[in-house]
Every structure is written in C-alpha cells, then in structure tokens.
Design a protein around this ligand. Structure first.
Ligand code: ADP
Ligand code: CDP
Length: 208
C-alpha cells in the first residue's frame, strides 16, 4: 500500500497538524482516526450511556451513523445533517475518549470505516501503522515530552499547563496498549523541531 502514509503518536504530539501539512504537500487527504473515537464518545455522553457499556454504545452508533469527511484542510465529522467537529476537542471528550477506545467492538467499528476509504491518503492516530494499515508504504511515529505537549495544547484548551500535562500523562497510560510504534516506523522527536521542520523531515523520507 504505497499510497498510504501512517503517522501515529502520543496525545498532542502534533499528529493532525503534521498529517495535514504532509497531506497538502502530497495533494491527498488525511484521515484522523482519533476524531471517530472522539465522536463516538460525544454521542455516548450526550445519550447518557455508560462509556464502558460496549453493546449499548454500538447499538447507539448503528442508529446514529457517523461520517468522517477526510479533507486535507481539516477533517470534519457529521451525524446525519449535524456537524460534530467543533465539539470533539472539549475537556469532557478528552476525559472519556480513552475509556471508549479500549472497547474492541468500537475499535473494530472505527477500523472498518477507515479501511473503506479510497486511497491515497495520510492516516493518523495510534495504531494506523500496526493494526489498521500494516502494509502502508511509509510509517512515522511522533513523540515529545509531556511538558512540551502540554505547553502546545495549552494554546487550544482553557486549562493551565500542569492540569493539561497530568491529563495527557493519564491518557498516554490508558492508550498504551494500542499506542506501540510499528517496528518499521520512523520515530521522530518533535520536541526540538518546528511544525514545518517535522513535516519536511517526513517528506524527505518518503519513497519515490
Ligand atoms: P495531535 O493531533 O497529536 O493531538 P496536534 O496536531 O493537535 O497534535 O498538535 C498540537 C499543537 O502543537 C498544534 O497546535 C501544533 O501546531 C503544535 N505544534 C507546535 N510545534 C510543533 C511541532 N514541532 N510539531 C508538531 N506540532 C507542533
Ligand atoms: O492527539 P490526541 O490524543 O489529543 O487526540 P486524538 O488523536 O484525536 O485521539 C483521541 C483518543 O482516541 C486517544 O486518546 C485514544 O484513546 C483514541 N485513539 C485510539 O485509540 N486509536 C487511534 N488510532 C486514534 C485515537
């Protein structure tokens, strides 16, 4: 699958910004798997469901189908005519999403939607290079220290850096199982790099 590039990494490591930049440079869309986990979480919260209750969540997702629109300028998520995108990065979704993401039924539901998308594209998340697209043409894995990631995310959330850092560390721990880098992924520490520096590093390593 030369037509698929995977960019995985820990929370707030820069996956979606970097994927957007790489995708625009290549003239292809990028696909944010995390947005589907976030949207499933939002629907579960709004319906008052127990986020550990996989059968109830799955049933709700069947009757309220979500659609990911993988645009290069930024991914959008729809539930029928309603756009959920702007509600997916709230603190309450941040807090619940890792509970939903451990459910095997939900993971299978997300994976099926991603595998149905027409390539070429850049796919970002935790397990794009390991589970979902193991035959991708190029694989990358982004890291940065929790403190650096919290400082970056503080630009996008109302909380202060220590609170964000604590929440990121907790989420890394909950996500650890599905977040192992692929053995054939290039690991990039984004800490000392600018956003454009990360994008250029990736573009320079893509096969012809
Ligand atoms: P993720 O998708 O992994 O949660 P984001 O793409 O949302 O991460 O990035 C978090 C923030 O970090 C964004 O505002 C992004 O612009 C910023 N950022 C700053 N410096 C860098 C860098 N060197 N690499 C990646 N992202 C960076
Ligand atoms: O970058 P950040 O972690 O803030 O957000 P995200 O990529 O949108 O992912 C949100 C959550 O979805 C993660 O914390 C994981 O619990 C889950 N996720 C996952 O399990 N597998 C993926 N491929 C993508 C996201």
């Amino acid at each position: 699958q030369l037509m698929i590039v995977t960019i995985d990494g820990v929370a707030a490591s820069g996956k979606s910004s970097v994927s957007g930049g790489v995708a625009r440079a290549l003239g292809v869309p990028y696909v944010s798997s995390g947005l589907l986990y976030r949207a499933a979480t939002l629907l579960g919260l709004e319906a008052g469901l127990d986020l550990h209750d996989a059968p109830a969540l799955l049933a709700h997702l069947q009757t309220h189908p979500l659609r990911l629109e993988p645009l290069a300028e930024g991914n959008r998520v729809w539930q029928d005519g309603r756009e959920l995108t702007d509600e997916l990065h709230s603190t309450r979704v941040d807090r619940g999403v890792s509970v939903v993401a451990v459910l095997p039924e939900v993971r299978a539901w997300v994976d099926a939607q991603l595998r149905a998308l027409p390539s070429p594209f850049v796919a970002e998340g935790r397990d794009m290079g390991t589970n979902v697209f193991p035959r991708a043409g190029a694989k990358f894995y982004l890291t940065a220290s929790p403190h650096i990631r919290a400082q970056r995310r503080a630009q996008e959330r109302p909380e202060d850096v220590p609170a964000i850092e604590a929440a990121l560390i907790r989420r890394d721990e909950l996500d650890r199982v599905q977040s192992a880098p692929a053995l054939d992924a290039v690991v990039i520490d984004t800490g000392p790099l600018t956003l454009d520096g990360v994008i250029q590093t990736i573009l320079a390593q893509l096969p012809e």
